[in-house]
Write a protein that binds this ligand. Structure first.
Ligand SMILES: [Zn+2]
Length: 65
Protein backbone atom coordinates (compact mmCIF):
# COMPACT_ATOMS: atom_id res chain seq x y z
CA UNK A 1 0.00 0.00 0.00
CA UNK A 2 1.48 3.31 -1.08
CA UNK A 3 0.45 6.60 0.49
CA UNK A 4 1.04 9.78 -1.45
CA UNK A 5 0.45 13.52 -1.43
CA UNK A 6 0.80 16.04 -4.26
CA UNK A 7 2.76 19.22 -3.78
CA UNK A 8 0.30 21.27 -5.84
CA UNK A 9 -2.51 20.14 -3.53
CA UNK A 10 -0.70 21.95 -0.72
CA UNK A 11 0.81 24.90 -2.59
CA UNK A 12 -1.38 25.45 -5.63
CA UNK A 13 0.90 28.10 -7.16
CA UNK A 14 4.15 26.35 -6.34
CA UNK A 15 6.92 26.63 -8.91
CA UNK A 16 9.63 24.01 -9.12
CA UNK A 17 13.36 24.52 -9.61
CA UNK A 18 12.82 24.90 -13.38
CA UNK A 19 10.22 27.65 -12.95
CA UNK A 20 7.31 25.42 -13.96
CA UNK A 21 4.30 24.37 -11.96
CA UNK A 22 5.45 21.90 -9.35
CA UNK A 23 4.08 18.39 -9.82
CA UNK A 24 6.08 16.72 -7.10
CA UNK A 25 4.42 13.73 -5.47
CA UNK A 26 5.66 12.55 -2.07
CA UNK A 27 5.24 8.82 -1.51
CA UNK A 28 5.70 6.47 1.40
CA UNK A 29 4.50 3.29 3.03
CA UNK A 30 2.90 5.26 5.85
CA UNK A 31 1.60 8.75 6.60
CA UNK A 32 4.80 9.52 8.51
CA UNK A 33 6.92 8.62 5.49
CA UNK A 34 4.83 10.84 3.23
CA UNK A 35 5.03 13.76 5.67
CA UNK A 36 8.82 13.35 5.98
CA UNK A 37 9.28 13.19 2.20
CA UNK A 38 7.04 16.19 1.54
CA UNK A 39 8.55 18.30 4.32
CA UNK A 40 12.03 17.77 2.82
CA UNK A 41 10.68 18.77 -0.59
CA UNK A 42 8.87 21.86 0.73
CA UNK A 43 11.95 22.98 2.62
CA UNK A 44 14.51 22.40 -0.14
CA UNK A 45 12.50 23.46 -3.21
CA UNK A 46 10.00 25.99 -1.88
CA UNK A 47 11.81 27.27 1.21
CA UNK A 48 8.69 26.57 3.25
CA UNK A 49 9.69 26.35 6.90
CA UNK A 50 6.17 26.23 8.33
CA UNK A 51 4.77 23.14 9.98
CA UNK A 52 2.71 21.73 7.13
CA UNK A 53 2.12 18.33 8.68
CA UNK A 54 -1.64 18.78 9.16
CA UNK A 55 -2.01 20.06 5.59
CA UNK A 56 0.03 17.18 4.22
CA UNK A 57 -2.00 14.60 6.12
CA UNK A 58 -5.23 16.21 4.94
CA UNK A 59 -4.22 15.76 1.31
CA UNK A 60 -2.56 12.34 1.64
CA UNK A 61 -4.27 9.64 -0.35
CA UNK A 62 -3.85 5.93 -0.89
CA UNK A 63 -3.18 4.19 -4.18
CA UNK A 64 -5.66 1.42 -4.77
CA UNK A 65 -4.32 -1.24 -7.06
ZN1 LIG B 1 6.78 21.31 -4.90
Amino acid sequence: MVRFARCNALLSLAINASGKGCRYVAKGASDDDVVKDMMEHLTSVHQVELDMKANILASTKTHNG
